[in-house]
Design a protein around this ligand. Structure first.
Ligand SMILES: Nc1ncnc2c1ncn2[C@@H]1O[C@H](COP(=O)(O)OP(=O)(O)O)[C@@H](O)[C@H]1O
Ligand SMILES: [Mg+2]
Length: 489
């Protein structure tokens, strides 16, 4: 099946997630869709699989024009199925129940026949799946296998896989790739969505690269890594604009720090960050940067090693101690972790007040503070505006306005993600003021231009490890692109 997407546009509020994207996938081939986080890949594939509707553009299958698919079921009836980045299966149900679930009710499949066909498909692809097991007991790789045979059984001839190599083991990846090659050899079309250069180079026949919602180019196998990197990240020159700031004494020091959550272990980080220094954490989402930031802020106790702030040991001390020591954390998920939906700007000011609390709230004074902060931080709102009614940029400004004075360290997760250029510049203006006052800044960002422009030093994370520490003045967007994709130049 030949799949064509033509001139696809999709907006989410002010974000133009797909801007005139055109893509042709030949039958019997594996087509890569490559781009960094936020490039618009998932959005485009959700359009192709009927999960969301485009604002403009058309889809054709084998030269036949369709305006759009009305639903995922509609897309599947036309032969297009998608494995989502986050599995959309039903963990408390058995594999067989999941398998049968999407099947057209008018064609009531007898269970016994479905079970037989399930087994045959498993055999065909050499999958080891038990029909009576529960999805909740499967690994991510096995859930993918189930989803693949389910979609094939329901008639998929084009299979979209969105970041399928995230969260699966190396042997599972080998098996997945073998399966996808087998499908292409059978004449099916496979669209492989990824931000990992290596995977795309390994597997795909052709690749389309998206950058910031737009098509950055196309290439055919064998690929030239350098060209792919250029298309993914563009070539912008941002170096040399930074004002020079004298670095002071160490603010935070890490001594063989090891961090763990239920998915990832980040081993053995030793490092110190000095007053006035800006340290960027680069890497693909989920490579360990978030754990590191949470550890800096005292939200994640290290499982080994030591952490000192201004020489004082804070290892495994409560969050309160970190706050008192002058550390602030700004999470990426502004509405979930940063602000409280339903509360107004002035109510946030009351909540964020540190130090001794009064028994009664002085609303007159609070409102004055709120008004002053709204002016100072250029927030488009009034003291009684609820935070969920603010735009992303104004929510971020509100978070900044809530930070106490005299901070020693700011730990920021994607400080400008999703913001327009004006807000981005404003936020960085405010952050760099803090740096001038002697604060150290540690921030994670997926935007390599931002990483290069604002940092002094960059820690590059890959798969839970710090694989490189580079000076921002001695690297480029291109080299960083290689590094965060796990490739050394
Ligand atoms: N449902 C949504 N609502 C608002 N914004 C969205 C939504 N889905 C995606 N976006 C935005 O669209 C852009 C592209 O996102 P996405 O397609 O998920 O990128 P990718 O898959 O390449 O990482 C991002 O800026 C993202 O924040
Ligand atoms: Mg995505």
């Amino acid at each position: 099946m030949r799949v064509e997407l033509k001139n696809i546009h999709k907006h989410f509020g002010a974000v133009h997630a797909n801007n005139d994207v055109t893509l042709t996938v030949e039958g019997g081939s594996i087509h890569g869709l490559l781009g960094e986080n936020g490039a618009g890949k998932s959005t485009l594939m959700k359009v192709l699989s009927g999960y969301i509707h485009a604002d403009g553009g058309e889809i054709s299958l084998d030269g036949k024009k369709l305006k759009r698919f009305n639903s995922p079921a509609d897309a599947l009836r036309h032969g297009v199925g998608m494995l989502h980045q986050d599995p959309l299966d039903f963990p408390p149900m058995t594999l067989l129940d999941n398998f049968i679930l999407g099947c057209d009710a008018s064609l009531l499949q007898p269970r016994a026949r479905a079970e037989k066909e399930f087994r045959e498909l498993c055999q065909q692809f050499n999958f080891d799946l038990d029909t009576n097991a529960f999805v909740s007991d499967l690994t991510v790789g096995e859930r993918q296998q189930l989803e693949i045979i389910r979609l094939l059984w329901l008639g998929a001839r084009t299979l979209i896989l969105d970041e399928p190599t995230t969260g699966i083991s190396a042997p599972q990846k080998i098996k997945l790739f073998a399966t996808l090659r087998q499908l292409a050899a059978d004449g099916k079309s496979v669209i492989f969505v990824s931000h990992k250069l290596e995977d795309v180079e390994d597997l795909c026949h052709r690749v389309t690269v998206l950058r910031r919602g737009q098509m950055a180019g196309e290439a055919k196998s064998p690929f030239v890594t350098e060209r792919l990197v250029q298309m993914m990240f563009g070539q912008q020159l941002n170096i040399g604009k930074r004002p020079n700031v004298e670095l002071g004494a160490p603010v935070i020091e890490f001594d063989h720090l090891t961090l763990k959550d239920d998915r990832l272990t980040v081993p053995d980080i030793s490092l110190s960050v000095r007053m006035g220094e800006v340290l960027a954490l680069a890497g693909l989402e989920g490579s360990g940067q978030q754990l590191f930031l949470q550890a800096c802020a005292g939200l994640l106790p290290p499982s080994a090693g030591q952490l000192r702030l201004n020489g004082i040991d804070l290892t495994r001390k409560p969050y309160e101690n970190f706050l008192r020591a002058g550390i602030a954390y700004m999470p990426a998920d502004r509405m979930k972790e940063g602000l409280v939906p339903g509360l107004s700007i002035e109510e946030h000011i009351v909540l964020a007040k540190r130090g001794k609390k009064d028994a009664l709230i002085d609303w007159t004074r609070t409102r004055q503070t709120a008004t002053a902060q709204i002016t100072d931080f250029n927030i488009k709102g009034i003291p009684t505006t609820r935070v969920e009614a603010l735009s992303g940029g104004n929510q971020q400004r509100t978070l900044l306005a809530l930070l106490p004075p005299d901070l020693k360290l700011l730990a920021l997760e994607h400080p400008t993600r999703g913001l327009d250029i004006e807000s981005t510049l404003y936020i960085w203006g405010k952050l760099l003021e803090r740096r001038k006052q002697g604060a150290a800044i540690i921030f994670a960002s997926a935007d390599l231009d931002e990483v290069l422009q604002y940092s002094d030093r960059i820690l590059v994370f890959f798969g839970g490890r710090v694989i490189e520490t580079v000076r921002s003045s001695e690297t480029s967007v291109e080299q960083l692109g290689y590094l965060i994709g796990g490739k050394k130049q």
